[in-house]
Design a protein around this ligand. Structure first.
Ligand SMILES: Cc1cc2nc3c(=O)[nH]c(=O)nc-3n(C[C@H](O)[C@H](O)[C@H](O)COP(=O)(O)OP(=O)(O)OC[C@H]3O[C@@H](n4cnc5c(N)ncnc54)[C@H](O)[C@@H]3O)c2cc1C
Length: 501
């Protein structure tokens, strides 16, 4: 393999040779090559001081992008400033420097930011950054530490002879010593009856990140957006940048509209001073006390969210199952809109739409989507607190419900098979899967698996917040260190044999 290149194995062309199964070089196979998988690979490449084979199984052609950074729409922006997204915590300016080089080459700038550290980058550029850093990590890796991309979908996992055998969508198999589940979230489908004629119509966009789908809908009229959060904002940006000249109605159950992200000074770490509360009510009390202590005017609520957020995994862990369920039922939408805020430029567009009257949002429930005359769509809608339905005739509908985490409802052969065999079990409240604090998956036997780990979205039920880049980077570093320690120190004889061979 050439230094600095990720070897790409198209699974159609590759039958795993027998000698590979018997190879003495330990092998970590990462399922999923989005940010979580790529960051884990970078940390493994950097941490491995002895031979290690890293394989990423990912059907997408490019590693490092996943669902969020595959978009080619320049108006789809990161939801935080560049200074938060370096792959190297000791060099927080690292991504901003990459962005500055991109900006110089492509004459790009963020008109609202004073410098590149505070700029909100296009998500595609962040994908370029992760890809570039993956290649650089390969080139600086120790001898016989390698990375391969198998362009396939993993479908199942079996344990055989002390190792793990993975089935691929091609019918081929891969052997690994350790498998990391970096498969992201489950695409969300709206939980409403959609007439098959609507579902099949080009005017219904099920996947809001398929840009070509937006080319097929009329340029005028009314578009119904199912959701009022960040995904809805992406759809709005996509349509506006394609010259849509009509009106939008965005609907969600609570009607909570995404907030613009503000640069705020975080509140002091008041939760560190006493034992953490075990209920949402206790947390609210502690927050109110803290706010009443503040003497210099009322602080921005966004600074409160920033102070609570680092404690979320511990708060979640301490809460009872009933308390967690109460939180999900009553407070989840409020917490999510408070935490996942909009890049200022996209938020400005939304504000303009509201001020000029071409964007409106409301709290309502979609009861059904049915065909209407002239290829249009009839949305039966029930307003919050209302007993009767009303009908909205719209020219197109975009599903903006975001992502989900219930593996039993996913259309994924891998997730279904892992649950069916008991290799994993559902996480609390059916969010993702169960795992211990070191990322080891816990199966039906209730024991942490020594050969199966998970990162990111699959840990949603265990940690609650486990999806943003900041969290994923921390997890990738921990996982990289644990796996290199476990695999490269466990059997020095094996490693010596590999080096000699
Ligand atoms: C549109 C969008 C924008 C976002 N913007 C931000 C942001 O600005 N800042 C931020 O901090 N967070 C953001 N997020 C949160 C996001 O979840 C993380 O930033 C991050 O991208 C998650 O990466 P991931 O690798 O865990 O998941 P994903 O990006 O979903 O990657 C998972 C990968 O696994 C692959 N896969 C799935 N099943 C299999 C299988 N069986 N076999 C092989 N491969 C499989 C998929 O093809 C996919 O590429 C955003 C999320 C979305 C959806």
């Amino acid at each position: 393999m050439q230094k600095g290149q990720v070897t790409e194995f198209r699974h159609e062309a590759k039958r795993v040779p027998e000698s590979e199964a018997a190879s003495r070089v330990p092998c970590v196979t990462i399922l999923g090559g989005g940010y979580a998988g790529a960051a884990t690979a970078i940390k493994l490449l950097d941490a491995a001081t002895r031979p290690l084979r890293i394989v990423i199984v990912e059907p997408r052609g490019e590693l490092g992008r996943g669902a969020a950074y595959s978009t080619r729409e320049a108006g789809h922006l990161m939801n935080g400033p560049a200074k938060l997204f370096s792959l190297y915590p000791e060099r927080p300016e690292h991504f901003a420097q990459f962005l500055a080089r991109f900006a110089a080459e492509w004459n790009w700038r963020d008109p609202l930011a004073p410098d590149f550290l505070n700029a909100f980058a296009p998500r595609a550029v962040f994908g370029d950054y992760v890809r570039a850093e993956l290649a650089r990590a390969v080139s600086r890796a120790a001898p016989l530490v390698s990375l391969e991309h198998v362009a396939a979908e993993a479908t199942d996992l079996r344990r055989r002879g002390g190792r793990v055998e993975l089935g691929l969508s091609s019918g081929h198999a891969l052997i690994a010593d350790h498998v990391v589940l970096a498969v992201g979230a489950v695409p969300s489908r709206p939980d409403i009856p959609i007439d098959p004629a609507v579902a099949a119509s080009p005017r219904y966009i099920a996947d809001p990140w398929t840009l070509e789908a937006f080319e097929r809908i009329p340029r005028t009229g009314r578009v119904l957006l199912l959701g009022t959060g960040l995904t809805m904002l992406d759809a709005l940006v996509t349509l506006e940048r394609r010259g849509f000249a009509g009106r939008y109605t965005a609907i969600s159950r609570r009607g909570l509209l995404v907030h613009p992200r503000r640069e705020v000074v975080p509140l002091r770490d008041f939760l560190a001073e006493a034992p953490l509360p075990t209920t949402a009510r206790g947390l609210l009390r502690a927050a109110r006390q803290e706010l009443s202590r503040t003497t210099h005017g009322r602080p921005d609520w966004q600074s409160l969210v920033m102070a609570i957020r680092p404690h979320v995994p511990a708060l979640w862990q301490r809460a009872s199952e009933a308390e967690r369920a109460r939180f999900v039922r009553h407070l989840r939408p409020i917490w999510e809109t408070s935490l996942h805020r909009a890049p200022p430029r996209s938020a400005q567009l939304l504000e303009r739409g509201r001020a000029e009257g071409w964007f409106a949002h409301r709290a309502a429930r979609i009861v059904a989507l049915e065909p209407a005359a002239d290829g249009r769509i009839a949305a039966r809608v029930r307003g919050r607190g209302r007993a009767d339905n009303e009908t909205l005739i719209v020219d197109a509908v975009v599903n903006c419900t975001g992502v989900a985490h219930d593996w039993s409802r996913a259309q994924s052969p891998l997730m279904a098979s892992l649950l069916a065999t008991g290799a994993v079990r559902p996480g609390p409240l059916a969010f993702g899967i169960d795992a211990d604090w070191q990322h080891a998956a816990i199966g039906r036997d209730g024991l942490p698996a020594p050969d199966l780990s998970a990162i990111g979205h699959p840990l949603r039920g265990v940690r609650w917040e486990s999806s943003t880049l900041v969290e994923l980077l921390q997890q990738a570093i921990q996982l990289g260190n644990r796996l290199t320690g476990q695999l490269l120190a466990a059997d020095p004889g094996r490693v010596v044999a590999a080096t000699a061979g």
